[in-house]
Design a protein around this ligand. Structure first.
Ligand code: MRU
Length: 347
């Protein structure tokens, strides 16, 4: 029998348990968060990562803040949750799901603020658990929509990790690959290693191997050669934020991949739930790109790989223009990038 993949996160005994993604694939261990600041730190340090996953973790961060604030007066509760929301949202700036999820939870807190402490906590807890379940259901829906775009025995290429580990479960880009594999549509998956955090090498291959989905790891710089020499039927990636014109922020390297895919006439699919669409941002150029520490580029596994004092840039995401994207797959259907703003109407 196939073993279930370890849960990305779970809620038990007023504690948020996060699968430590920095320890994978060598060790399966969980970090326990009992305060919202624990959750914020875990998001900052990439113990949990991936846009929908940090959204759901952020939601439980609000539950932890609510537990702490439950005996305060209604006004004090609101101000405590406001402070916690600011801390949680600022943990990582690019993925919009975190802001979306925390703000949704803050609304639940506002609505429940006059309830007795236990009922107030129960409302928050239920809202976060609902978000967790919803995320998995949405991913499965996107999996169905996306799989329809692929033909039998496809070879696809993916970047970073947009799998179960980047969500509450099942995954966005890897969700499509999972469903398509079950439908006999995936022959092989090329996985970009994804420097500097190696989400592809450490996490995506780990997930695919557990599902027994055939995959081949390549370094990021090999993608062009692989597209030229192997028949790649589609590039499938996730997203951290989608602007209204269809530009997409995703893991650094996605933009280069999109150019390579366009040159080689390979369809380029972005898989993103509607919570990743930023209805307040018109163009990709307006999206704040997180710059992370130089050390993450200068070292691998704590070992220096460049001379001391080397200047470094470390943008963690880039923007893929709508014109390089074939389709955006959401839980509400498949959209041409320049039509993604019509989703607002069906929201
Ligand atoms: O820095 P990370 O690992 O959080 O970046 C993750 C990505 O860029 C994913 O592609 C994106 O969040 C979509 S995950 C379903």
């Amino acid at each position: 029998m196939k073993k279930d993949i370890a849960k990305t996160l779970f809620w038990k005994g007023n504690t948020l348990h996060l699968l430590d993604q920095l320890a994978l694939p060598c060790k399966v261990s969980y970090k326990q968060c009992t305060t919202y600041t624990d959750v914020s730190e875990a998001i900052k340090n990439m113990i949990i990562r991936g846009a929908p996953a940090i959204g759901v973790a952020g939601a439980f961060g609000v539950v932890l803040a609510g537990i702490k604030a439950s005996r305060l007066s209604p006004l004090e509760k609101l101000s405590y949750i406001k402070k916690a929301s600011i801390v949680l949202i600022s943990s990582r700036p690019t993925a919009i799901n975190l802001k979306w999820a925390v703000e949704r939870m803050a609304k639940v807190s506002e609505k429940s603020v006059n309830l007795n402490p236990q009922n107030y906590i129960n409302e928050l807890e239920q809202a976060a658990l609902d978000m967790y379940d919803e995320d998995i259901a949405i991913n499965k829906k996107m999996g169905e929509f996306g799989a329809r775009l692929l033909k039998k025995d496809s070879t696809v290429l993916t970047h970073c990790n947009a799998g179960a580990l980047a969500t509450a479960g099942y995954g966005t880009a890897l969700g499509v690959i999972r469903t398509a594999y079950k439908d006999g549509k995936i022959k092989n998956v090329f996985v970009d290693e994804t420097r500097p955090y190696l989400q592809g090498a450490r996490l995506t291959t780990w997930e695919l191997q557990q599902e027994k989905i055939p995959c081949v790891l390549i370094t990021d710089s090999m993608a062009g050669y692989i597209m030229k020499t192997n028949k790649i039927d589609a590039v499938i990636v996730g997203a951290d934020r989608v602007a209204l014109n269809g530009d997409v922020a995703n893991k650094i390297g996605t933009y280069s991949l999109s150019i390579l895919a366009k040159y080689h006439k390979i369809p380029f699919y972005v898989v993103a739930p509607s919570s990743t669409i930023d209805f307040n941002t018109t163009y990709g150029s307006k999206i704040v790109i997180e710059e992370r520490s130089a050390d993450e580029v200068l070292k691998i596994n704590g070992k220096e790989i460049a001379p001391k004092g080397t200047a470094v840039r470390h943008p963690s995401f880039d923007i893929t223009p709508a014109s390089n994207i074939t389709m955006i797959i959401t839980e509400k259907g498949v959209f041409k990038p320049n039509k993604i703003s019509t989703l607002k109407k069906v929201k």
